[in-house]
Design a protein around this ligand. Structure first.
Ligand SMILES: [Zn+2]
Ligand SMILES: [Zn+2]
Length: 362
């Protein structure tokens, strides 16, 4: 099968033919229809984060189950699925307490499948998996626990985005922060995930939804997703404008969706007494955040967030239902579609801040 391989950081992906072994116990072979191109993949390509190499990246995919390995009970060939980059085992202490996004199974993978081996190879060379998924290939062998079955009338190319960007952004609002109706919300960074924070705030019934970015084009896009105000941080004073918009109070909630410590600080500064800041962006490994703890004294909260605190098998089908009912936007998130041969062009566009989300269609 054709796949895109990262052999080392700072080098382009190599699109080539790889061998993919058949699924072993509790694994499933999925024929992918589409994969989103996400900033988290770019972090490994740019050396911001480390991973065993070579690796097939990609963690935002959807497709159809082609073959099941021994012991699989959740899915059958022909099932339509979205892939979750956190496998949820259902048995660990996190899963049983409803914190499936923190499932222990996530930490046992380390570039391999759950048994510590890989199904991907190029000749005699083993190629690593990424989060048990590796969606930058025409097919993927994934853990059964990474599958989320979805309704068959949902368009499989669009719902690939339900694998990462959408639950991360919408979930940060609904699950992590639990934004209350009538709230004021600041969203710093209106790229692919930020737009989902914006539409999550709409679903939560926020009154003011303030999009902040330095790219004018991205910022404009936020209006389409329900932002009520825009601030261009390159030319305007963010604090001043948030103060104006919130009639001097500052915001109830701020979401940082860039992955920069400066932006996290800025997000916190836009919150009122008792306000909550949620860090959604992924900062480079080793980054350090310096804040004046005095700022937290007035009941302010600083929260982390992974995968929108979601339970993939409950939240992803729910998000697809909202999309099918036209309450959630997916089509508008996709600014470009590429073939896998052009995947490096897709990443260049993402790196330059030109696109909200592009997808690779197989
Ligand atoms: Zn992602
Ligand atoms: Zn678990």
């Amino acid at each position: 099968m054709k796949a895109a391989v990262l052999y080392e950081a700072f080098k382009p992906l190599v699109v080539e033919d790889l061998e993919l072994e058949r699924p072993k116990e509790h694994e499933v072979l999925v024929k992918l229809t589409a994969s989103g191109v996400c900033h988290s993949d770019l972090h490994y390509m740019k050396g911001d984060r480390e991973h065993p190499m070579p690796v097939v990246l990609g963690h935002e995919g959807a497709g159809i189950v082609e073959e099941i390995g021994p012991g699989v009970t959740y899915a059958q060939p022909g099932d339509h699925v979205v892939l979750s980059f956190v496998p949820t085992c259902g048995k660990c202490s996190y899963c049983v307490k409803g914190r499936q996004n923190l499932c222990e199974a996530r930490y046992g993978l380390r570039g391999n499948m759950q048994d510590g081996t890989t199904r991907l190879r190029k000749g005699s060379q083993e190629i690593h998996h990424f989060n048990g998924l590796s969606t930058f290939g025409e097919y993927a062998v994934v853990p059964e626990d990474s599958l989320v079955k979805i309704r068959e009338d949902a368009p499989l190319d669009r719902v690939a985005l339900i694998g990462c960007g959408v639950p991360t952004g919408v979930g940060a609002v609904i699950n992590t922060a639990k934004v209350r109706p009538g709230s004021s919300v600041v969203v710093i960074g209106t790229g692919g995930v930020g737009l989902n924070v914006v539409q999550g705030a709409v679903l939560a019934g926020a009154e003011a939804i303030i999009g902040v970015d330095i790219h004018g084009g991205k910022l404009e896009h936020a209006l389409q997703f329900g932002a009520t105000h825009l601030i261009n941080a390159a030319t305007e004073d963010v604090m001043e404008k948030v103060r104006d918009i919130t009639r001097g109070e500052m915001a109830d909630y701020a979401f940082e969706v860039i992955g920069s410590t400066e932006a996290i600080k800025q997000a916190m500064m836009t919150t009122k007494r008792g306000g909550t800041t949620v860090v959604v962006g992924v900062t480079p490994a080793g980054a350090e955040l310096t804040i004046d703890p005095d700022f937290l004294h007035l009941d302010r909260v600083l929260m982390g967030c992974t995968y929108g605190s979601c339970y993939p098998r409950a939240d992803m089908p729910m998000l697809i239902d909202l999309y099918m009912a036209r309450r959630l936007k997916l089509d508008e998130l996709i600014s470009a579609t590429f073939k896998i041969d052009d995947i490096n062009t897709a990443f260049e566009a993402l790196d330059q801040g030109e696109v909200a989300r592009s997808i690779i269609r197989y």
